[in-house]
Design a protein around this ligand. Structure first.
Ligand code: AMP
Ligand code: GLY
Length: 418
C-alpha cells in the first residue's frame, strides 16, 4: 500500500515502525510509506515531505498526485482543522475522523453532551462562561478541583489541584480563550484504551497506562505524557468488553445518529475506581502519545489492514486484533524546562550506543550530521520483554547512554507493575 502518515511526533514514528515491521506476502511489494512533515528520526526510516499537515487542500493534492491509498492522521490539529473531510471529499481513504466527529476531542462540552446522549458513565461537570460561574462551580464540587479549558490546549488546559486560588487563576486564564469546565474529581487508576472505529463497529487495541505528571511519584505539572506501559495485568476481568459495550459503542452510535460518523481512533481516557467501576475522563480522536509506543510493538495483526478496514467501513465481522504476550515500556526523554518552557536546540548524543530498544523520535532535527532537540518531548525509548522488570531494565539502561544537556525523564515508569 502507498501510505501517507501526517504528523511529526514519536506517535507517528511508532505507527511507521509498526507498518514497516509487517510481514508482507513473499510475492507482494513492501508498503511505500511517506511522512509529512515527519522528523529527523522518522527520516532515517522513510521519506519525509515538508508539507503543512493542517492544510487539507495541500494534503489532498499531494495524496492524489502520489496515488496515496491510505492517509493516517496522527495528531489532533489536522483533524480539528478538517483535513479528513477534504481527503474524503476527494475519494481518498483516510484513517481519522471528520472535523465534526473530532469535536469529541476538540470540545470538552461537546464530548460531555455526546456522553449524556449516549448514557456513558463520566464525572459530573459544569460549563462556566465567566469567573463567577466558575467560582460557584469550584465551590460546589469542592477540592480536589478539576478545571479544564473547553478547547484544544496542547496538554496545558487541565489543572487538578487542592489549591482553590490556583483553581480560580487557571479558570480566569482559560476563560480568556473560551469556556471552561469544572469537573468532579475522579479517584482511581487511569487507563487509555484505543478502539479502531469505522463509524459503526469498533475493535479494541490493548490497554495502556500513561504517566501524565512531569516527575516521579506523580509530582509536578501535567504533561503530554512522560511514559507508558502495556498491557495492564491488574485490570478487572471483562474490562475491555465492558468498555466496548457501555462506552465506545454508545458513543460511536450517538455520533452516527447526529450524522457525524467517527472513522478513526477513539481514545478512551478512563478512570477505574477502587470499586472497579469505570468512567470516562476524556475522549481523544487519535492515537495517544506515548501510549502508542507501547501498544503497537505488541500488535501482531498487521496495522495497515486494520486502519484501511476502519477507513473504508470494513471492520464489521473482523476478529479482535491480536497482541503478543510480551510487555512494553516506554520512557520519554524531555528537554530542560519541559513542560513550561522547554529549551531547544541542544545536541543529543549517544543514540548510536543504545541496544535492545527502539527509539521513537518526538522532536529532533539533524544539524551537521548530529541530532538536536527541537521540542519538549524529545524521544521515547521503547523496550519490550517477557516481564516488566526486564523491559524497564532495557529502557533505563539505554537512557544511560543518551545525553541531552539538562534533560529529564521519570525513573518510575511501570515500577509498580514490575
Ligand atoms: P484530560 O486532558 O482531560 O485527560 O486531563 C489530563 C489529566 O488530568 C488526566 O489524565 C487526569 O490525570 C487528570 N484529570 C482530568 N480530569 C480529571 C478528573 N475529573 N478527576 C481526576 N483527574 C482528572
Ligand atoms: N498521552 C495522552 C494523550 O495522548 O493525549
Amino acid at each position: 500500500m502507498r501510505i501517507l502518515v501526517l504528523g511529526s511526533g514519536a506517535r507517528e514514528h511508532a505507527i511507521i515502525t509498526a507498518l514497516l515491521r509487517e510481514t508482507v506476502p513473499e510475492d507482494a511489494a513492501p508498503h511505500e510509506i511517506t511522512a509529512a512533515p515527519g522528523n529527523a528520526g522518522i527520516a532515517l526510516d522513510v521519506p519525509v515531505v515538508a508539507l503543512d499537515p493542517t492544510n487539507g487542500d495541500i494534503v489532498a493534492e499531494y495524496a492524489i498526485d502520489n496515488e496515496i491509498e491510505l492517509v493516517i492522521i496522527g495528531p489532533e490539529a489536522p483533524l480539528v482543522a478538517g483535513v479528513a473531510d477534504k481527503l474524503r471529499t476527494r475519494g481518498i481513504a483516510v484513517f481519522g475522523p471528520s472535523k465534526a466527529a473530532a469535536a469529541l476531542e476538540g470540545s470538552k462540552t461537546f464530548a460531555k453532551r455526546i456522553m449524556d446522549a449516549a448514557g456513558v458513565p463520566t464525572g459530573r461537570a459544569t460549563r462556566a462562561g465567566n469567573l463567577d460561574e466558575a467560582e460557584s462551580a469550584i465551590d460546589a464540587y469542592g477540592a480536589p478541583y478539576v478545571i479544564k479549558a473547553d478547547g484544544l490546549a496542547a496538554g496545558k488546559g487541565v489543572l487538578v489541584t487542592g489549591d482553590r486560588t490556583a483553581a480560580l487563576e487557571h479558570a480566569e486564564y482559560w476563560l480568556q480563550h473560551g469556556a471552561v469546565l469544572v469537573e468532579e474529581f475522579l479517584a482511581g487508576q487511569e487507563v487509555s484504551l484505543f478502539l479502531l472505529s469505522d463509524g459503526h463497529t469498533v475493535l479494541p487495541l490493548s490497554p495502556a497506562q500513561d504517566y501524565k505528571r512531569a516527575y516521579d511519584r506523580d509530582a509536578g505539572p501535567n504533561t503530554g505524557g512522560m511514559g507508558a506501559y502495556s498491557p495492564l495485568p491488574w485490570l478487572p476481568a471483562g474490562f475491555v468488553d465492558d468498555v466496548i459495550e457501555r462506552i465506545a459503542l454508545p458513543t460511536i452510535h450517538a455520533l452516527a445518529d447526529e450524522q457525524k460518523p467517527f472513522i478513526g481512533l477513539l481514545y478512551c481516557g478512563l478512570i477505574v475506581a477502587p470499586d472497579n467501576s469505570v468512567r470516562v475522563i476524556e475522549f481523544n480522536a487519535r492515537f495517544g502519545d506515548p501510549e502508542t509506543q507501547v501498544v503497537l510493538p505488541r500488535l501482531v495483526t498487521p496495522l495497515s489492514g486494520l486502519l484501511f478496514a476502519a477507513a473504508t467501513g470494513g471492520l464489521g465481522g473482523l476478529p479482535h486484533p491480536e497482541f503478543s504476550d510480551e510487555v512494553a515500556v516506554t520512557v520519554v526523554l524531555a528537554s530542560e524546562g519541559y513542560p513550561e518552557n522547554p529549551i531547544t536546540g541542544r545536541p543529543i548524543t549517544g543514540l548510536q550506543d543504545v541496544t535492545d530498544v527502539t527509539i521513537a523520535h518526538a522532536a529532533t532535527a539533524t544539524i551537521d550530521g548530529g541530532f538536536v532537540a527541537t521540542g519538549g518531548r524529545v524521544l521515547s525509548v521503547v523496550a519490550t520483554g517477557d516481564t516488566f522488570a526486564d523491559a524497564r531494565a532495557k529502557a533505563y539502561a539505554a537512557l544511560e547512554h543518551i545525553h541531552l544537556e539538562g534533560s529529564h525523564f521519570r525513573t518510575d515508569i511501570a515500577e509498580r507493575v514490575a
